[in-house]
Design a protein around this ligand. Structure first.
Ligand SMILES: Cc1ncc(COP(=O)(O)O)c(C=O)c1O
Length: 383
């Protein structure tokens, strides 16, 4: 059956159903060659010359990711940061870009340091407010609007369709960091995004054992070709083994993400209004600011990411993390094991993250066990 008629679960489970023709293997080999044989007449009929540019190890994972996102093409990168920064580097010095006030901190730091130094005019706005987006766009000058939804670590939600409309009306592109939602929950291209970005380190791989990034283009156009050429020229190329592991992880993304989302929903509901918790940040809670938009553009769950603000400020939050037993005290997200971190400590001085906030990445353990562990940590850390 053609991939177009298959449901995403079928596409992912069989990794597009490809087999390795020479061996009839159902699972692809790991291609490690860095170079390819030139034909006697000096041509490269294989279409491949050198693995910084082309690697058969990427073909299948890129094909699966493009199919899951409903894009024209995908490109793997050495990390989520390599993928994200390639989009900005495909712009020209002097271009104006809009970025959210709440976003993945490392990318925000890069935008405010390297990218501005290099000549991009970066403006941070409240991306959850469509009126603020409209007002900030400068027709003819704004080339890119960057959205992250839900956004680290407050899980604020941006209306992708409304933002795409404002961006396109002014001739700008819309790029969406969809790392947290994943194509299992939201397919930004269906809502008007031009580029989708993933830290594939997170849910796409899903096992905390690969650093990788991916970009997906709605169209194969001149901008996309420029983005891809940046991967080749700057060398932010993924390793073959990592690409192979990523493909293995992708096969179960449609099982893992809904399961993590169900548990996150249960945990969020349990701690919403809890005597020791100041606030729960989770798009799946009806009282959460972005819930209505999230309910429109997120399907089958609201992701496995949530944050708890602990009563008693930073010392109380750090004490709860210290007393945790089942959750792992570590950064990152999207693995099978649940992670907890005092986010402000990770981001350091100048972070806008509230100091009483614990960021939780919900894994695949029993949700009751995860709740019990948080409850015992809250009791043990009680003043
Ligand atoms: C939402 C989001 N975008 C981008 C990145 C960067 O990805 P990587 O760590 O794979 O470079 C991360 C990493 O935590 C992230 O959480």
């Amino acid at each position: 059956m053609a991939a177009k008629t298959l449901k995403p679960d079928s596409i992912a489970a069989q990794a597009l159903g490809w087999i390795d023709e020479p061996t009839r293997a159902v699972i692809p080999p790991i291609h490690v060659s860095t170079t390819y044989l030139r034909d006697p007449d000096n041509q490269y009929r294989s279409g491949r010359a050198y693995a910084r540019a082309d690697n058969p190890a990427f073909d299948q994972a890129e094909g699966v990711i493009a199919a899951l996102e409903g894009g024209a093409q995908a490109a793997l990168f050495a990390s989520g940061m390599a993928a994200a920064t390639a989009v900005f580097q495909a712009l020209a010095p002097g271009d104006h870009v809009l970025a959210p006030q709440v976003m993945y901190w490392s990318l925000r730091n890069w935008l405010m340091s390297f990218a501005t130094h290099w000549g991009l005019q970066v403006e941070s706005i409240d991306m959850t407010d469509p009126a603020a987006v409209k007002a900030a766009i400068r027709p003819g000058k704004t080339r890119l609007v960057w959205v992250e939804t839900p956004a680290n670590p407050l899980w604020t939600v941006t209306d992708i369709a409304a933002t795409a409309q404002s961006a396109h009306a002014a001739g700008a592109l819309l790029a969406v960091d969809s790392t947290v939602a994943t194509p299992s929950i939201t397919r930004p291209i269906e809502h008007g995004a031009d580029i989708v970005m993933h830290s594939a380190t997170k849910y796409l791989n899903g096992h905390s054992d690969v650093i990788a990034g991916a970009l997906i283009a709605a169209r194969d156009d001149a901008f996309w070709q420029r983005v891809k050429s940046i991967r080749v020229q700057l060398g932010g190329t993924l390793g073959s083994f990592e690409a192979w592991l990523l493909l293995r992880g992708l096969r179960t993304v449609h099982l893992r993400v809904p399961r993590a989302s169900q548990s996150a929903q249960r945990i969020a509901e349990h701690f919403d209004g809890h005597a020791r918790i100041e606030a729960v940040h989770y798009p799946g809670l009806p009282g959460f600011a972005g819930h209505a938009v999230a309910a429109r553009q997120m399907h089958g769950g609201f992701s496995g990411m949530l944050s708890l603000r602990v009563k008693g400020g930073e010392p109380a939050a750090v004490a709860v993390a210290a007393k945790i037993e089942l959750w792992k005290r570590a950064t990152s997200l999207g693995g099978t094991e649940s992670l907890i971190e005092h986010r402000a400590s990770v981001e350091g001085a100048g972070t806008p993250v509230p100091t009483d906030l614990l960021r939780l990445s919900v894994g695949l353990e029993d949700a009751g066990d995860l709740i019990d562990d948080l409850e015992q940590a809250l009791r043990a850390a009680s003043p």
